[in-house]
Design a protein around this ligand. Structure first.
Ligand SMILES: Nc1ncnc2c1ncn2[C@@H]1O[C@H](COP(=O)(O)OP(=O)(O)OP(=O)(O)O)[C@@H](O)[C@H]1O
Ligand SMILES: [Mg+2]
Length: 292
């Protein structure tokens, strides 16, 4: 049974996501292969135990923002039929001496004491698993202490654990090694971009060649940006006529590009540099066709 303080620790430090709300991210084939291998291993736990092996339990997802790390962890938990307890590592950091380590301990204890099994997901993990330094100041020795706590807690944790970061370089090597699987979730290639566009444009549909040209124009984009663009386009298709906006193709795309942009640190996709002169826009069948 969970004690009241363990229940409130889970509530304060984490959020629970359930299988029914999950969605499968669109990923490159090698990544899908690696994930399928891991899932199969967990499903085969009993057979593995029979030969003295245990399935790997700890994975690290790293890669740029908006590539689907959180979505993927949630999807994997759902495939295992488990809820996902999601804790943001940066929210566990507390400047009060010893508090960060206490938060880490509280979270792991609460997950272990929980009545139902779950997948523990540590988001923004770099903030907890940062490289340790020669402690010259109190704050550094405090941080080293919390990294050590994380290491011990990861070692002792018996359930499935996934951590994610978009700053893999900042991770302590000992922390990195604790994970039996490290999977890079990179920016999508042209094939994945095409699938992502098709998914988020639905129920609007583009001919294959038009979709492929659009996928080229999105080179260097994260899936999150593609999704935002597609949803912006659909919103304009519905709201624009009601609001009396100019629904000419180039005007619609201009408004869209002006209101959605990749992060300044990220590469600028061709669509943003060429705008309505981009071949992908010139080739866009207008008005968009809708399947339902
Ligand atoms: N590979 C993908 N396929 C389909 N949709 C995706 C994919 N990646 C991201 N998305 C969409 O983009 C949004 C952001 O995704 P998510 O939060 O999973 O990214 P993340 O990698 O965890 O980002 P961060 O590093 O900022 O935490 C979600 O709405 C998700 O549906
Ligand atoms: Mg995330």
């Amino acid at each position: 049974m969970k004690t009241r303080s363990e229940k409130s620790a889970l509530r304060d430090l984490a959020e629970v996501l359930y299988p029914e709300d999950s969605a499968e991210p669109i990923l490159a084939r090698p990544v899908r292969g690696a994930l399928m291998e891991w899932l199969t291993e967990i499903w085969a736990e009993r057979e593995l135990l029979d030969v003295g092996l245990t399935p790997r339990r700890r994975a690290l997802f790293y890669g740029p923002p908006g590539t689907g790390k959180t979505t993927l962890a949630h999807h994997l938990a759902a495939r295992l039929g488990l809820p996902m307890v999601i804790a943001r590592a940066d929210q566990m950091i507390d400047s009060y001496v010893g508090s960060t380590s206490q938060n880490i301990a509280k979270l792991f204890d609460a997950v272990r004491a929980s009545d139902e099994p779950s997948v523990l997901f540590l988001d923004e993990f770099d903030s907890l698993g940062m490289k340790r330094m020669q402690a010259r100041q109190g704050s550094e020795s405090e941080r080293n202490h919390s990294v050590n706590t994380v290491l011990q807690r990861i070692d002792a944790h018996t359930g499935t654990l996934i951590a994610a970061t978009n700053r893999a370089d900042d991770l302590d090597q000992a922390v990195w090694r604790r994970f039996e699987i490290q999977i890079e979730i990179a920016l999508p290639g042209p094939i994945e971009r095409r699938h992502i566009l098709a998914r988020y444009l639905k129920p609007y549909q583009l001919p294959e060649d038009s979709l492929a040209t659009l996928a080229d124009a999105f080179g260097g984009s994260s899936p999150a940006l593609i999704r935002q663009w597609c949803e912006g386009l659909k919103r304009q298709m519905i709201v624009g006529p009601r609001a009396g906006w100019d629904m000419n193709r180039d005007r619609v795309i201009e408004r869209l590009i002006a209101s959605i942009a990749p992060h300044p640190d990220l590469p600028q996709p061709r669509l943003w540099s060429k705008g309505v002169l981009d071949p992908a826009v010139r080739g866009l069948v207008w008005p968009l066709e809708r399947t339902q």
